[in-house]
Design a protein around this ligand. Sequence first.
Ligand SMILES: [Zn+2]
Length: 173
Amino acid sequence: MHLTDEQLNEYLDNETNEREQIELHLHSCNECNARFSDLQNLFLELDSLPDLQLTRDLSTRFATKGQLTLQLPHWLTLTVFAQAALALIALIISIPFITTYIPQIDVASLTSPLFEIQSLWNTWLDSLSTLQLPTIPELPIPVLEMSSLLLALAGIFVIWIFGNGLLLRNQIR
Ligand SMILES: [Zn+2]
């Protein structure tokens, strides 16, 4: 039985526990001895080669990759906070419109939309006179549309956050 390449490699790397057997075979077998010298020369050549400097440090790529996976949940949390802040702003903006629109609901269910607009216009005029604000040329219809638009936006934001919250919770688990 001749020595395998694996045995010779292990012998050169000093990672064998059959050292004596290998040495014995190398002394008695010319064929394996020749293969051993070839392998030894190859090892010496490889050792004599200069260590080439990599153009890019690959270790940094792995380091940033690890950081990225750690930072991802943090980034997602920030997004949720940003969305919550936006929703809060939208709600604050829409509050004056909601408070003026909601009292009109009872009237709207009983009377015609025309009366609704008229009453809204009256409340708008009342608020103008009580607050002593300079008259702003604005129709009640755009106000009504704006309030419902903002209400819808606020609703979308709330749903968005709630959805993201569920998504995050699933990712953490
Ligand atoms: Zn042999």
